[in-house]
Design a protein around this ligand. Sequence first.
Ligand code: NAD
Length: 525
Amino acid sequence: ATATGTDVQDHDHHGIRQVLRELGVEATNAAWSTGLVWGGQGNAQTRAIHSPTDGKLIGSVAFATVDDYEQVVQKAQEAFQTWRTVPAPKRGEIVRQIGNKLREFKEPLGKLVSYEMGKILQEGLGEVQEMIDICDFAVGLSRQLHGFTMHSERPAHRMYEQYHPLGVVGIISAFNFPVAVWSWNAMLAAVCGDVSIWKPSEKTPLVAVAVQHIIKDVLRENELPEGIFNLVIGDAEIGAAMAADGRVPLVSATGSTRMGKKVGEVVGARLGRALLELGGNNAIILTQHADLEIAIRAIVFGAVGTAGQRCTTTRRVIIHESIFEDVKARLLKIYPNLPIGHPLQDGKLVGPLIDTDAVQAFTKALEAVQKEGGKLLIGGEVLSGAGYETGTYVTPALVEANNAYHTVQEETFAPILYLIRYSGDVENAITIQNGVRQGLSSSIFTLNMREAEAFLAHTGSDCGIANVNIGTSGAEIGGAFGGEKETGGGRESGSDAWRVYMRRQTNTINYSTQLPLAQGIKFDF
Ligand code: NAD
């Protein structure tokens, strides 16, 4: 262990008990009961949820059974009958109120995100800000949701397309963005006239309960059915039930590629829609024309931020051989001084991994890559001692590696950064960058216009996100978010991502006294 310990004593040290009280989620060992349909009423099991930051019990949560899920779907279907008749801008008004409530609760909710998931407070607050931003975006959208009009080939005919609500949207979310991903989906779905059922990660159920409390008040104040936003706390089996459920026309699933392949197959078999947001293996290319001052900042934030547990985490840096040693030396200066510790403590930049399984995956990947010939330059230790009793804190690792290594081809959800050398021109770097099965986020650092444009061209990066002089992580909500290949192909959040939450209809209206047929077909009788 190299990093220093923390002085964290207990919950109250960071005011977590107060936070739970403020959010209406009191710290207790009893099953949570929100009065809302979120499952766990009947013979559900309760499960203790411990913080990855200090191992302390935050609370126990009732896990829903498939029977509970059944009740929730019925509630959702009922609520859809009402919600779809509310005009879209009025639905936007409800989302505006939700955004305002989130503003009110930003501090405690951000803190709970940090404590339950383990990201530093700045990032916890940032996650809630992202929820607020998507609410604002969705409010504006609620007055748009526009289709095109076209010119008909037939005289006195009008042709256009419109978008109608789809129905019940299933949202399966991952632990690492325990609330923001839900809001990307649920807020767009809501303005589109859909109702949603949220199955959060079983690792982070308390923040989901807190969010449900917040929005429940908005629904009640507006005398709207609570089934517009539903929450089912449960394991993968609930997600699997949703994937198989023909009453759920769209399943939006965020998580590992392994999960996405299963969900995609089940949803596909019933010809439903699946929006898949899966793993990444994101790279930054550094050419000999890179501004290294900003590049290094982006690499460090991208690689160790959220302790390497973002889907957009920088996992590979592809460095021109002429600057390889310089980049390595700069990173080796920064890595030993990264403040690792309790994410609610001021000044810490690297919190814990979500659990000891994740730590094991981290250690195993480092062993494996070294067997393949990789060179561990720094990091890779599991911290112990005061402040690190949970065994979930690790020192971020830097590894000199080859892109072809099996380990490098996989997404290990932990702070491991592979340094990969390239020679020749930027096309060689792009080939390496594209040489993985995942296709989420990518960036290039260069001040050379030709290199930047080559990277952005159709022959360049094959990822859903391609940035110039910005790192791979930390996207804004205004753009469509998602990736290609094994990342699943789905797009969420900004731009026209809303379209997948609606059904498209083409309408042709004849206001003439004739009935001309398309393609000039004659059918006289
Ligand atoms: P995970 O796949 O273990 O779990 C994600 C969710 O899927 C959980 O709610 C889980 O209960 C559910 N699930 C698991 N198996 C299922 C099945 N067979 N059917 C239905 N639901 C099932 O992922 P995780 O460890 O929580 O999150 C980390 C992963 O998520 C990483 O791979 C990361 O890259 C990815 N991620 C992707 C994005 C993105 O937008 N592309 C965003 C965040 C996280």
